[in-house]
Write a protein that binds this ligand. Sequence first.
Ligand SMILES: [Zn+2]
Length: 326
Amino acid sequence: MPTVETVRGPIDTADLGPTLMHEHVFVLSTEHLQNYGENDWWDEDERVADAVEQLNALKALGIDTIVDPTVWGLGRYIPRVQRVAEHTDLNIIVATGLYTYDEIPHQYEHRGPGLLLDLPVDPMVTDFTRDIRDGIAGTGVKAAFLKCVVEAKGLTPGVERNLRACAATHRDTGAPITVHTSVGNQAGRMALQVFRDEGVDLTKVVIGHAGDSNDLDYLSELADAGCLLGMDRFGLDIYNPTSSRVDTIVALAERGYADRMVLAHDASCYIDYFPGAEAQAAKQQIAPNWNYTHISTDVLPMLRERGMTDDQIRQMLVEAPRRYFE
Ligand SMILES: [Zn+2]
């Protein structure tokens, strides 16, 4: 049986069940917390207990697995996620890679082939591979996929190096890739171009945030290349309202792409972009449906109402995630 690594260890891919393919547990800068965490906006025990509660509520709605693409740049800290995972039956899958819209961190800048410290292999590849093969920072938890970004700035030298490092690690390890993309510049095409050039198995690529677009030609092009479309920001109406996201999924399913879409909210239990109870409340006002439960309680009924079959929904929630990790 093929297996996939979770925070609590490997499970059969057949046991993934209904899976949300892009949710964060915590988005929380480790460096910020180390320096300024002793103020009023962070209480470790309270936040861990709150995360457990939110994830158990999601599990109770029938979701068995979340896939968490929090990497360096978004504040990945696995021991905190382990504390949460101890108290929920929900499977949590974690990632390696790098979250940057432009430059890579200085720690990689001068290290690598042809650089000041001339190494035979890009240390990004070395680090990502270690996370996948040996585990992350001595926790024993192994990353199961790679995360990179192409945003509004496009393929800057740093962004391109990150994509190529993820591609090389994918070739070595077989780990699939999720690339965060922006839709204004149809950045999915740029990611596709680099991944093709690098010989990536495109059926192992999620074009993250593709669902912010309603351009059926753009989305079909990515799906025809073999990629999975991340319809993964339900509740973030500022990028694309739920009704439009639903229309686009229905239209793509009618064109035969139900097996090329995956679902999520890009939500988090806590995101430090909105520090403090008041700001978290403001987040609720700006995006009241930006939480883990919107798909289960609102979106799936809307899709069924629009004529999508149980089999098509199963493709998006169960079968496509399973194939991605096999
Ligand atoms: Zn995200």
